[in-house]
Design a protein around this ligand. Sequence first.
Ligand code: NAD
Ligand code: UDP
Length: 320
Amino acid sequence: MQKLPMDLTGKNILVAGAAGFVPSHVCQLYLEKGATVYGLDNFITGSKSNIELLSKFEKFHFEERNIFESIPEYKDVKFDYILSLASPASPIDFKIIPLEIMRVNSEGTLKLLELAKAHGATFLEASTSEVYGDPEIHPQVESYVGHVNPIGPRSCYDEAKRFAEALTMSFHTRYNVDTRIIRIFNTYGPRMRPNDGRVIPNFVNQAMDNEELTVYGDGSQTRSFCYVTDLVNAIDHVLMLGDHMPYNIGNPDEYTIKECAELIISALDSKSVLSFKELPKDDPKRRRPDISRVMKLGYLPKVTFAEGLEKTASYFKSLK
Ligand code: NAD
Ligand code: UDP
Protein backbone atom coordinates (compact mmCIF):
# COMPACT_ATOMS: atom_id res chain seq x y z
CA MET A 1 0.00 0.00 0.00
CA GLN A 2 1.20 3.53 -0.84
CA LYS A 3 2.17 5.72 2.13
CA LEU A 4 0.58 9.07 2.96
CA PRO A 5 3.11 11.88 2.32
CA MET A 6 3.89 13.67 5.61
CA ASP A 7 5.99 16.55 4.25
CA LEU A 8 4.23 18.81 1.76
CA THR A 9 6.82 21.59 1.77
CA GLY A 10 6.79 23.33 -1.61
CA LYS A 11 3.19 22.33 -2.42
CA ASN A 12 0.51 24.98 -3.02
CA ILE A 13 -3.04 24.20 -1.95
CA LEU A 14 -6.16 26.29 -2.57
CA VAL A 15 -8.98 25.76 -0.05
CA ALA A 16 -12.38 27.27 -0.92
CA GLY A 17 -14.42 27.73 2.26
CA ALA A 18 -11.35 28.09 4.52
CA ALA A 19 -13.25 29.87 7.33
CA GLY A 20 -15.65 26.96 7.77
CA PHE A 21 -15.73 24.16 10.30
CA VAL A 22 -14.31 21.21 8.29
CA PRO A 23 -12.26 23.37 5.86
CA SER A 24 -10.41 25.20 8.66
CA HIS A 25 -9.26 21.83 10.06
CA VAL A 26 -8.17 20.78 6.55
CA CYS A 27 -6.16 24.02 6.16
CA GLN A 28 -4.52 23.39 9.53
CA LEU A 29 -3.49 19.84 8.62
CA TYR A 30 -1.82 20.94 5.38
CA LEU A 31 -0.11 23.94 7.04
CA GLU A 32 1.23 21.56 9.68
CA LYS A 33 2.53 19.34 6.87
CA GLY A 34 4.48 22.32 5.48
CA ALA A 35 2.32 23.28 2.48
CA THR A 36 1.45 26.85 1.49
CA VAL A 37 -2.32 27.23 1.80
CA TYR A 38 -4.44 29.85 0.03
CA GLY A 39 -7.88 30.27 1.60
CA LEU A 40 -11.02 31.83 0.12
CA ASP A 41 -14.29 32.53 1.95
CA ASN A 42 -17.15 35.03 2.02
CA PHE A 43 -18.11 34.23 5.66
CA ILE A 44 -21.70 33.30 4.80
CA THR A 45 -21.48 30.50 7.39
CA GLY A 46 -17.76 30.64 8.24
CA SER A 47 -16.09 32.45 11.06
CA LYS A 48 -13.41 35.14 11.19
CA SER A 49 -11.95 33.50 14.31
CA ASN A 50 -10.99 30.44 12.21
CA ILE A 51 -9.07 32.71 9.83
CA GLU A 52 -7.33 34.44 12.77
CA LEU A 53 -6.29 31.02 14.04
CA LEU A 54 -4.90 29.95 10.65
CA SER A 55 -3.16 33.29 10.15
CA LYS A 56 -0.69 32.28 12.86
CA PHE A 57 0.89 30.08 10.18
CA GLU A 58 3.28 32.08 7.98
CA LYS A 59 2.32 30.08 4.88
CA PHE A 60 -1.41 30.84 5.14
CA HIS A 61 -2.82 33.45 2.75
CA PHE A 62 -6.44 34.52 2.78
CA GLU A 63 -8.75 36.51 0.54
CA GLU A 64 -12.39 37.32 1.24
CA ARG A 65 -14.31 36.28 -1.90
CA ASN A 66 -17.66 34.96 -3.00
CA ILE A 67 -16.39 32.15 -5.20
CA PHE A 68 -19.46 31.94 -7.39
CA GLU A 69 -18.91 35.58 -8.39
CA SER A 70 -15.16 35.46 -9.01
CA ILE A 71 -11.93 33.89 -7.88
CA PRO A 72 -8.53 35.63 -7.77
CA GLU A 73 -6.24 35.22 -10.78
CA TYR A 74 -3.29 33.80 -8.83
CA LYS A 75 -0.81 34.77 -11.56
CA ASP A 76 2.28 33.97 -9.46
CA VAL A 77 1.15 30.65 -7.95
CA LYS A 78 0.97 27.18 -9.44
CA PHE A 79 -1.51 25.05 -7.49
CA ASP A 80 -0.87 21.38 -6.84
CA TYR A 81 -4.24 20.80 -5.15
CA ILE A 82 -7.57 22.66 -5.29
CA LEU A 83 -10.16 21.76 -2.66
CA SER A 84 -13.79 22.66 -3.25
CA LEU A 85 -15.09 22.77 0.33
CA ALA A 86 -17.19 25.96 0.24
CA SER A 87 -20.87 25.38 0.90
CA PRO A 88 -23.30 25.93 3.75
CA ALA A 89 -24.19 22.47 5.06
CA SER A 90 -26.73 22.79 7.85
CA PRO A 91 -30.41 21.97 7.13
CA ILE A 92 -31.41 25.27 8.82
CA ASP A 93 -29.61 27.09 5.98
CA PHE A 94 -31.61 25.27 3.28
CA LYS A 95 -34.67 27.48 3.89
CA ILE A 96 -32.80 30.76 4.31
CA ILE A 97 -30.07 30.72 1.61
CA PRO A 98 -31.08 28.04 -0.95
CA LEU A 99 -29.88 30.02 -3.98
CA GLU A 100 -26.49 30.77 -2.42
CA ILE A 101 -26.16 27.01 -1.78
CA MET A 102 -27.09 26.12 -5.34
CA ARG A 103 -24.79 28.76 -6.86
CA VAL A 104 -21.70 27.91 -4.82
CA ASN A 105 -21.99 24.21 -5.67
CA SER A 106 -22.56 24.89 -9.38
CA GLU A 107 -21.01 28.19 -10.52
CA GLY A 108 -18.45 28.14 -7.67
CA THR A 109 -17.40 24.55 -8.34
CA LEU A 110 -17.16 25.30 -12.09
CA LYS A 111 -14.74 28.20 -11.44
CA LEU A 112 -12.57 25.99 -9.22
CA LEU A 113 -12.56 23.17 -11.79
CA GLU A 114 -11.50 25.60 -14.53
CA LEU A 115 -8.65 26.78 -12.30
CA ALA A 116 -7.62 23.15 -11.61
CA LYS A 117 -7.59 22.45 -15.36
CA ALA A 118 -5.46 25.55 -16.04
CA HIS A 119 -2.98 24.66 -13.27
CA GLY A 120 -2.86 20.91 -13.87
CA ALA A 121 -3.89 20.58 -10.20
CA THR A 122 -5.58 17.68 -8.43
CA PHE A 123 -9.16 18.76 -7.64
CA LEU A 124 -11.30 17.54 -4.73
CA GLU A 125 -15.06 18.05 -4.45
CA ALA A 126 -16.63 17.82 -0.98
CA SER A 127 -19.91 16.10 -1.72
CA THR A 128 -22.20 14.62 0.90
CA SER A 129 -24.16 11.60 2.08
CA GLU A 130 -27.18 13.74 1.13
CA VAL A 131 -26.67 12.64 -2.50
CA TYR A 132 -28.23 9.33 -1.36
CA GLY A 133 -31.35 11.22 -0.17
CA ASP A 134 -33.53 9.06 2.10
CA PRO A 135 -31.65 5.86 1.24
CA GLU A 136 -33.40 2.59 0.46
CA ILE A 137 -30.29 0.52 1.06
CA HIS A 138 -28.29 0.25 4.25
CA PRO A 139 -25.42 0.83 4.84
CA GLN A 140 -24.86 3.13 1.88
CA VAL A 141 -22.28 2.03 -0.69
CA GLU A 142 -20.84 4.35 -3.32
CA SER A 143 -22.52 2.43 -6.17
CA TYR A 144 -26.01 3.32 -4.78
CA VAL A 145 -27.47 6.11 -6.94
CA GLY A 146 -29.82 7.52 -4.34
CA HIS A 147 -33.45 8.34 -3.53
CA VAL A 148 -33.67 12.11 -3.73
CA ASN A 149 -36.65 14.48 -3.90
CA PRO A 150 -35.71 17.11 -6.51
CA ILE A 151 -38.22 19.69 -5.19
CA GLY A 152 -38.18 18.98 -1.44
CA PRO A 153 -36.86 21.18 1.40
CA ARG A 154 -33.38 19.62 1.13
CA SER A 155 -33.19 19.66 -2.67
CA CYS A 156 -31.22 22.93 -2.95
CA TYR A 157 -28.37 21.11 -1.23
CA ASP A 158 -28.82 17.48 -2.40
CA GLU A 159 -29.31 18.32 -6.05
CA ALA A 160 -26.60 21.00 -6.10
CA LYS A 161 -24.12 18.47 -4.70
CA ARG A 162 -25.25 15.90 -7.27
CA PHE A 163 -24.64 18.52 -9.97
CA ALA A 164 -21.20 19.28 -8.45
CA GLU A 165 -20.34 15.57 -8.65
CA ALA A 166 -21.50 15.42 -12.29
CA LEU A 167 -19.46 18.53 -13.14
CA THR A 168 -16.38 17.04 -11.48
CA MET A 169 -16.79 13.76 -13.40
CA SER A 170 -17.25 15.72 -16.65
CA PHE A 171 -13.95 17.58 -16.15
CA HIS A 172 -12.31 14.24 -15.51
CA THR A 173 -13.71 12.52 -18.61
CA ARG A 174 -13.56 15.49 -21.00
CA TYR A 175 -10.30 17.17 -19.88
CA ASN A 176 -8.58 14.40 -17.92
CA VAL A 177 -8.38 16.60 -14.80
CA ASP A 178 -7.16 14.54 -11.83
CA THR A 179 -10.31 14.66 -9.68
CA ARG A 180 -11.58 13.30 -6.36
CA ILE A 181 -15.13 13.13 -5.00
CA ILE A 182 -15.73 12.58 -1.30
CA ARG A 183 -19.18 11.98 0.19
CA ILE A 184 -18.94 13.26 3.73
CA PHE A 185 -21.23 11.72 6.38
CA ASN A 186 -22.27 13.59 9.57
CA THR A 187 -19.20 15.18 11.11
CA TYR A 188 -18.89 17.09 14.36
CA GLY A 189 -16.28 18.70 16.59
CA PRO A 190 -14.69 21.96 17.69
CA ARG A 191 -15.24 25.03 15.45
CA MET A 192 -18.85 24.14 14.63
CA ARG A 193 -21.09 27.15 15.21
CA PRO A 194 -22.99 26.75 18.52
CA ASN A 195 -26.17 27.91 16.72
CA ASP A 196 -25.43 25.82 13.63
CA GLY A 197 -28.73 23.94 13.98
CA ARG A 198 -27.17 20.53 13.41
CA VAL A 199 -27.87 17.87 16.00
CA ILE A 200 -24.57 17.67 17.92
CA PRO A 201 -24.13 21.43 18.57
CA ASN A 202 -27.84 21.67 19.45
CA PHE A 203 -27.82 18.75 21.91
CA VAL A 204 -24.44 19.58 23.50
CA ASN A 205 -25.37 23.22 24.10
CA GLN A 206 -28.85 22.30 25.35
CA ALA A 207 -27.37 19.68 27.72
CA MET A 208 -24.73 22.11 29.03
CA ASP A 209 -27.47 24.64 29.83
CA ASN A 210 -29.73 21.94 31.35
CA GLU A 211 -32.37 22.80 28.75
CA GLU A 212 -34.67 20.31 27.02
CA LEU A 213 -33.02 18.40 24.16
CA THR A 214 -35.11 18.92 21.01
CA VAL A 215 -35.50 15.46 19.46
CA TYR A 216 -37.21 15.67 16.05
CA GLY A 217 -39.81 12.96 15.44
CA ASP A 218 -39.62 9.96 17.79
CA GLY A 219 -35.80 9.94 17.58
CA SER A 220 -35.69 6.54 15.87
CA GLN A 221 -33.91 7.92 12.79
CA THR A 222 -30.19 7.10 12.75
CA ARG A 223 -26.96 8.89 11.93
CA SER A 224 -23.31 7.80 12.06
CA PHE A 225 -21.07 10.45 13.56
CA CYS A 226 -17.44 11.14 12.67
CA TYR A 227 -15.11 13.30 14.73
CA VAL A 228 -13.54 16.05 12.64
CA THR A 229 -9.86 14.98 12.93
CA ASP A 230 -10.79 11.51 11.63
CA LEU A 231 -12.64 13.11 8.73
CA VAL A 232 -9.69 15.31 7.82
CA ASN A 233 -7.45 12.26 7.89
CA ALA A 234 -9.86 10.51 5.48
CA ILE A 235 -9.79 13.55 3.16
CA ASP A 236 -5.98 13.43 3.18
CA HIS A 237 -6.01 9.72 2.24
CA VAL A 238 -8.40 10.30 -0.68
CA LEU A 239 -6.61 13.42 -1.95
CA MET A 240 -3.14 11.89 -1.85
CA LEU A 241 -3.83 8.23 -2.63
CA GLY A 242 -7.30 7.98 -4.16
CA ASP A 243 -8.80 7.86 -7.64
CA HIS A 244 -11.61 9.73 -9.43
CA MET A 245 -14.50 7.50 -8.30
CA PRO A 246 -16.49 8.67 -5.22
CA TYR A 247 -15.46 7.76 -1.66
CA ASN A 248 -17.78 7.66 1.34
CA ILE A 249 -15.94 9.18 4.27
CA GLY A 250 -16.99 9.19 7.89
CA ASN A 251 -17.38 6.79 10.79
CA PRO A 252 -19.84 3.87 10.50
CA ASP A 253 -20.64 4.04 14.25
CA GLU A 254 -24.47 4.37 14.06
CA TYR A 255 -26.89 5.72 16.70
CA THR A 256 -30.55 6.60 16.81
CA ILE A 257 -31.04 10.29 17.51
CA LYS A 258 -32.75 9.37 20.80
CA GLU A 259 -29.69 7.29 21.85
CA CYS A 260 -27.49 10.19 20.85
CA ALA A 261 -29.48 12.59 23.07
CA GLU A 262 -29.32 10.18 26.02
CA LEU A 263 -25.58 9.64 25.57
CA ILE A 264 -24.94 13.38 25.56
CA ILE A 265 -27.05 13.95 28.71
CA SER A 266 -25.15 11.23 30.53
CA ALA A 267 -21.68 12.23 29.22
CA LEU A 268 -22.23 15.83 30.35
CA ASP A 269 -23.89 14.83 33.61
CA SER A 270 -26.79 17.07 32.61
CA LYS A 271 -30.24 17.42 34.18
CA SER A 272 -31.88 17.90 30.76
CA VAL A 273 -34.85 15.86 29.58
CA LEU A 274 -35.95 15.06 26.04
CA SER A 275 -38.63 17.09 24.27
CA PHE A 276 -40.07 15.62 21.06
CA LYS A 277 -40.70 18.04 18.16
CA GLU A 278 -42.09 17.63 14.67
CA LEU A 279 -39.87 15.65 12.26
CA PRO A 280 -38.76 17.85 9.32
CA LYS A 281 -40.02 16.71 5.88
CA ASP A 282 -37.71 14.34 3.95
CA ASP A 283 -35.47 13.76 7.01
CA PRO A 284 -33.46 10.62 6.09
CA LYS A 285 -34.48 7.64 8.28
CA ARG A 286 -31.21 5.73 8.38
CA ARG A 287 -27.69 6.71 7.50
CA ARG A 288 -24.47 4.76 7.80
CA PRO A 289 -21.54 4.78 5.40
CA ASP A 290 -19.92 1.68 4.02
CA ILE A 291 -16.32 2.90 4.20
CA SER A 292 -14.55 -0.17 2.79
CA ARG A 293 -13.35 1.78 -0.25
CA VAL A 294 -11.52 4.47 1.76
CA MET A 295 -10.25 1.82 4.21
CA LYS A 296 -8.40 0.21 1.28
CA LEU A 297 -6.33 3.43 1.18
CA GLY A 298 -5.26 2.86 4.82
CA TYR A 299 -7.88 5.04 6.59
CA LEU A 300 -9.46 3.97 9.87
CA PRO A 301 -11.48 6.25 12.19
CA LYS A 302 -9.87 6.40 15.63
CA VAL A 303 -11.86 8.76 17.86
CA THR A 304 -14.76 7.16 19.75
CA PHE A 305 -18.09 8.98 20.06
CA ALA A 306 -17.50 9.42 23.82
CA GLU A 307 -14.05 11.00 23.28
CA GLY A 308 -15.31 13.19 20.47
CA LEU A 309 -18.26 14.43 22.51
CA GLU A 310 -15.98 15.32 25.40
CA LYS A 311 -13.68 17.36 23.15
CA THR A 312 -16.66 19.05 21.48
CA ALA A 313 -18.27 19.91 24.82
CA SER A 314 -15.04 21.46 26.13
CA TYR A 315 -14.85 23.55 22.98
CA PHE A 316 -18.42 24.86 23.42
CA LYS A 317 -17.70 25.48 27.14
CA SER A 318 -14.70 27.61 26.13
CA LEU A 319 -17.05 29.86 24.10
CA LYS A 320 -19.36 30.58 27.06
P1 NAD B 1 -19.25 25.35 7.04
O1 NAD B 1 -20.47 26.16 6.72
O2 NAD B 1 -18.66 25.49 8.39
O3 NAD B 1 -18.09 25.63 5.97
C1 NAD B 1 -18.34 26.05 4.64
C2 NAD B 1 -17.57 27.34 4.36
O4 NAD B 1 -17.84 27.75 3.00
C3 NAD B 1 -18.02 28.52 5.25
O5 NAD B 1 -16.89 29.13 5.83
C4 NAD B 1 -18.73 29.46 4.28
O6 NAD B 1 -18.63 30.82 4.67
C5 NAD B 1 -17.99 29.15 2.97
N1 NAD B 1 -18.77 29.53 1.78
C6 NAD B 1 -20.04 29.19 1.47
N2 NAD B 1 -20.42 29.76 0.30
C7 NAD B 1 -19.34 30.46 -0.15
C8 NAD B 1 -19.09 31.26 -1.30
N3 NAD B 1 -20.04 31.49 -2.23
N4 NAD B 1 -17.86 31.82 -1.45
C9 NAD B 1 -16.88 31.63 -0.53
N5 NAD B 1 -17.07 30.89 0.59
C10 NAD B 1 -18.28 30.30 0.77
O7 NAD B 1 -19.66 23.83 6.73
P2 NAD B 1 -18.88 22.46 6.97
O8 NAD B 1 -19.76 21.59 7.76
O9 NAD B 1 -17.51 22.70 7.44
O10 NAD B 1 -18.85 21.88 5.49
C11 NAD B 1 -17.71 22.00 4.64
C12 NAD B 1 -17.95 21.23 3.36
O11 NAD B 1 -18.18 19.85 3.66
C13 NAD B 1 -19.18 21.70 2.58
O12 NAD B 1 -18.95 21.59 1.21
C14 NAD B 1 -20.25 20.72 3.01
O13 NAD B 1 -21.28 20.60 2.07
C15 NAD B 1 -19.44 19.44 3.17
N6 NAD B 1 -20.08 18.49 4.09
C16 NAD B 1 -20.02 18.65 5.45
C17 NAD B 1 -20.65 17.73 6.30
C18 NAD B 1 -20.58 17.85 7.81
O14 NAD B 1 -21.11 16.97 8.50
N7 NAD B 1 -19.94 18.85 8.38
C19 NAD B 1 -21.35 16.65 5.76
C20 NAD B 1 -21.42 16.53 4.37
C21 NAD B 1 -20.77 17.43 3.54
N1 UDP C 1 -32.18 16.59 14.91
C1 UDP C 1 -32.87 16.55 16.11
N2 UDP C 1 -32.81 17.64 16.91
C2 UDP C 1 -32.08 18.75 16.62
C3 UDP C 1 -31.36 18.78 15.39
C4 UDP C 1 -31.44 17.67 14.55
O1 UDP C 1 -33.53 15.55 16.44
O2 UDP C 1 -32.08 19.70 17.42
C5 UDP C 1 -32.22 15.38 14.04
C6 UDP C 1 -32.58 15.65 12.59
O3 UDP C 1 -33.98 15.61 12.40
C7 UDP C 1 -31.87 14.52 11.88
C8 UDP C 1 -30.62 14.25 12.73
O4 UDP C 1 -30.90 14.85 14.01
O5 UDP C 1 -32.67 13.35 11.90
C9 UDP C 1 -29.36 14.87 12.15
O6 UDP C 1 -29.64 16.22 11.85
P1 UDP C 1 -28.56 17.25 11.34
O7 UDP C 1 -29.27 18.54 11.10
O8 UDP C 1 -27.41 17.28 12.28
O9 UDP C 1 -27.99 16.65 9.99
P2 UDP C 1 -28.65 15.84 8.75
O10 UDP C 1 -28.06 14.49 8.87
O11 UDP C 1 -30.13 15.82 8.88
O12 UDP C 1 -28.19 16.61 7.58
